[in-house]
Design a protein around this ligand. Structure first.
Ligand code: GSH
Length: 203
């Protein structure tokens, strides 16, 4: 398999899950400004949507969208227990992935679309805080170690990656104790340390 990624972007979640499932894979860095790969290929020719992540499963067979790639990778080896194979447990993972993708990801993305006025910034921070408050409360009420159950899974990797962005937009995560609790557990995983090192995010 081959993952098209950009350092620290949402593709980091797929990178983490690839490390969890012990498959051989290649990484290809994409410059999201020029839409060229590190080898100078036109990225639009690989993924016409232009964004990362894109997963090449076999030559010419590309899967895109976080909500598709993450469960696809997580189900690769059922013994790893990264995602339930079916039923309500799996639906709960998809429910979180959908929420993170369509709500929280979009809320952070506002900051990456170019400079914002002070008024727009205040509004965008408030929206992130509204969503994080919901997530933090949901974790507190669930009494589980991770978002869905007591096992680490793709939704936790995605939450970790999105909330990393608070750092680059000078957003304060400290009120969200339950999210921070999950972030600490996720950060300690070897798969996460390896992915962050390989993307040049940590030494
Ligand atoms: N709907 C896509 C969105 C992916 C996305 O927003 N990727 C960002 C990085 S986190 C990106 O590549 N942005 C650059 C661009 O859109 O050209 C998904 O969930 O996979």
């Amino acid at each position: 398999m081959k993952l098209y990624y950009s350092p620290g972007a949402c593709s980091l979640a797929s990178h983490i899950i690839l490390n969890e499932i012990n498959v051989d894979f290649d990484l290809v860095r994409v410059d999201l400004k020029t839409h060229k790969t590190e080898k100078g290929e036109d990225y639009y020719a690989i993924n016409p949507k232009g964004y990362v992540p894109a997963l090449e499963i076999n030559p010419g067979l590309i899967l895109t969208e976080n909500v598709a790639i993450l469960p696809f990778l997580a189900q690769h080896d059922p013994k790893q227990d990264l995602i339930p194979p079916s039923g309500l447990g799996r639906a709960k993972v998809l429910e979180w992935l959908g929420y993170l993708n369509s709500e929280l990801h979009d809320a952070y993305a506002v900051f990456f679309g170019g400079p914002l006025s002070e008024e727009a910034k205040t509004k965008a921070y408030a929206e992130i805080d509204r969503l994080l408050t919901y997530i933090d409360n949901a974790i507190a009420e669930s009494d589980h170690d991770y978002l869905v159950d007591d096992n680490f899974g793709p939704a936790d990797a995605y939450l970790f990656v999105l909330t990393n962005w608070s750092n680059s937009i000078e957003h304060d995560l400290t009120p969200y104790k339950n999210i921070i609790g999950i972030r600490h557990k996720v950060a300690e995983r070897q798969s996460v340390q390896m992915a962050m090192r390989d993307e040049g995010l940590i030494p």
